[in-house]
Design a binder for this molecule. Sequence first.
Ligand code: ATP
Ligand code: MG
Length: 339
Amino acid sequence: MDTQTMEAKTAENKKTVDLQTPENTDTTDLQAPENTDTADLQTPEDEKNIMIRAEGLVKIYKTKETEVLALQGLDLEVETGELTAMIGNSGSGKSTFLNMIGGLDRPSAGKLWVDGKNLFTMSEKELVSYKRDTVGFVWQNNGRNMLPYLSALENVMMPMHLSGEAKKKARALELLERVGMDHKKHSRMNMLSGGEQQRVAIAIALANSPKLLLADEPTGSVDMATANYIFEVFSELNREGQTILIVTHDMALSKKVKRVVAIRDGKISSERILKEQYADRVREADIDWRAEDTQIEYAILDKAHRVQIPQELIAELNLQDNKVKLSVQDGSIIISKPD
Ligand SMILES: Nc1ncnc2c1ncn2[C@@H]1O[C@H](COP(=O)(O)OP(=O)(O)OP(=O)(O)O)[C@@H](O)[C@H]1O
Ligand SMILES: [Mg+2]
């Protein structure tokens, strides 16, 4: 293999080979994070302005028959002001992660801070105000946070904590304008199209000026033109400083984002960074974004120095079992088949 051995080239969620642990199912290998740490996030992370910090995050769903390891020691840092996209195959843990950050579900182990708040040690009461003030959530199925028989305007005003109807109304109108829905402010939600509802859902999520906007496949059930419009709303919000984490299956959209993290089997496997020459071009409509090679892709080394190697690269080795040889050559680590 060449010097790009450690550079992930391909899509997420293929079978991976773990360089250190033969049994990937072994949960004791998750660096079982201690939750003794009760302090909120302090320097030096504060200095770096970290909005999200997940360390060795684990989520286990227990059902009657079995346990599902939805997050398997996920590490991720997102800085304030970033627009980050998250991709990954179905079942890889994207919604689980978003739900943890959104305070909708509790992690099983690991560490998680959002805006300096420790999600692990937060009381139920603190969690209520966290959900109200710190995060805004846009779901794929937007029915979750709106009332169908109220108007768009009433729906946006409803979660607001501003005092006084006039102030609420002014803010709601401003938000509806932001998402291009002011002309339908008096329409009932169930009279709006899916794309229009989704735009109102973004306004609702922004009602209390959250520090972090989370969106779980917000363009999953709308047509391409609407998807582009919605993406442009997110981009514009981000340009104004809004921190956004968005899960998407849409290749064309993810290729326009400065940073895309890929999740595979409940861990971050690789990360793509927008090439500089595309940074100012993301608003150009005449580019076929799917066909463009806009980002550089890196594999991610986790805290235990493990890396997930894409199946395509592993296939090149034609391995007989799960053993590989590691060596260093000219500053590169070479992974090769045993002699
Ligand atoms: N409440 C739950 N109870 C049991 N298992 C769950 C629960 N929620 C999620 N899981 C399991 O956890 C894993 C991760 O699910 P998750 O919904 O996070 O995937 P996803 O990446 O969002 O997938 P998709 O792209 O299909 O939305 C899956 O194996 C799923 O079946
Ligand atoms: Mg999901």
